[in-house]
Ligand binder design. Structure first.
Ligand code: FPP
Ligand code: MG
Length: 324
């Protein structure tokens, strides 16, 4: 099964999710739906809703709650992107100007707050404590992950475990929660629910490692956002950690200089990419991402007797091969 087949499988559900997203962006404060529509019309892979929908199906649940929760996880994700693009001073998102470029930082932060608040209003209405607990914990992790990333800016000595902890919190925790929601809706037994959570966690880790590799080597047009942002912000991700560990003393001195520099230009980025090519760093990062995706599939193997895990496994493959 390919990712396109997955999209076909959930097409009607995703249409309903889009309707729910549109409806819940409504507000008599016009700027909210304006930015909301801008965000939800300009693409986005809807990967987190897909995770909720597929894990619900996997667990044997086909009711309306999966649509509402898909809308909620997309809102939490969009809120976090609005805030993240302010923090990262990002100019592009999903192939167009970011919301902060178009409307400024204040509007982005505040509409992010609306989306985040709306997520919890929807959760309150559903009144399912298990799902509320899962998504509130994931949201705390996301904020902790971003803070931890911030305090480690410029820290080329950061241990890989600490970097992976940041990745778990800022990205993988929400993926894990999406799968936990499906497991809960389908009332899976403890073993299968744990397997689904492990799948989600590993997909999230793989997703962020690929994101961190693409930040150095993607084609901007396909990626839809600027490359080289992590270096510019002295945000130390796995490509830089692995490079720093293998680099010569001169190369290390150059990298250390960049962490302190006022400005990092295209030439500096090209030099770092050249070093990364020398040590096959991106291959190494993508290899590790592949290992997480494999671990995700491995967790679901015992539950694939009737091909039930196939769509989720196809997502694992997509996460690794994506260029956008
Ligand atoms: C993108 O990372 C950002 C995240 C995965 C998480 C952002 C989380 C917050 C801002 C805090 C929590 C906020 C809420 C509302 C829950 P990235 O910068 O590596 O990816 P990018 O390249 O797509 O920008
Ligand atoms: Mg960012």
């Amino acid at each position: 099964m390919q990712f396109n087949d997955v999209l076909e499988l959930v097409r009607d559900d995703l249409e309903r999710v889009s309707e729910a997203i549109r409806a819940n962006f409504e507000s008599d404060v016009a700027l909210i739906p304006t930015i909301g529509n801008y965000l939800s019309n300009n693409g986005g892979k809807r990967l987190r809703p897909i995770m909720v929908l597929l894990s619900s199906r996997f667990a044997g649940y086909a009711g309306a709650r999966a649509i509402t929760y898909s809308c909620v996880v997309e809102f939490i994700h969009l809120a976090s992107l609005l805030h993240d693009d302010v923090v990262d001073e990002a100019e592009l998102r999903r192939g167009g100007p970011s919301a902060n470029s178009n409307w400024g930082n204040e509007a982005s932060v505040l509409v992010g707050d609306f989306l985040f608040a709306k997520s919890f209003a929807l959760l309150a209405k559903e009144n399912v404590p298990e799902v509320l607990t899962s998504l509130s914990q994931a949201s705390c992790h996301m904020a902790e992950g971003e803070v931890l990333e911030l305090v480690n800016h410029g820290n080329l000595q950061i241990a890989e475990e600490e970097y992976l902890d940041v990745v778990y919190r800022k990205t993988a925790a929400l993926f894990e929660s999406c799968c936990e929601i499906g497991a809960y809706l389908g009332q899976l037994d403890a073993g299968a629910a744990a397997a689904l959570r492990a799948y989600g966690r590993n997909i999230g880790l793989a997703f962020q490692l690929v994101d961190d590799a693409l930040d150095y080597v993607a084609h901007e047009d396909r990626l839809g956002k600027s490359i080289g942002k992590d270096l510019e912000e002295a945000n130390v991700t796995l490509p830089l950690i692995l490079l720093h560990a293998q680099a010569s003393p001169q190369e290390r001195a150059f990298l250390n200089g960049l962490m302190e520099a006022e400005r990092v230009d295209k030439r500096d980025l090209a030099t770092v990419i050249e070093y990364m090519e020398r040590y096959h760093i991106i291959e190494e990062v993508l290899g590790r991402a592949r290992a997480y995706a494999d671990a995700a599939c491995e967790a679901l193997k015992p539950y694939n007797a009737n091909g039930d895990s196939e769509p989720l496994m196809a997502v694992a493959n997509y996460v690794i091969e994506r260029q956008e």
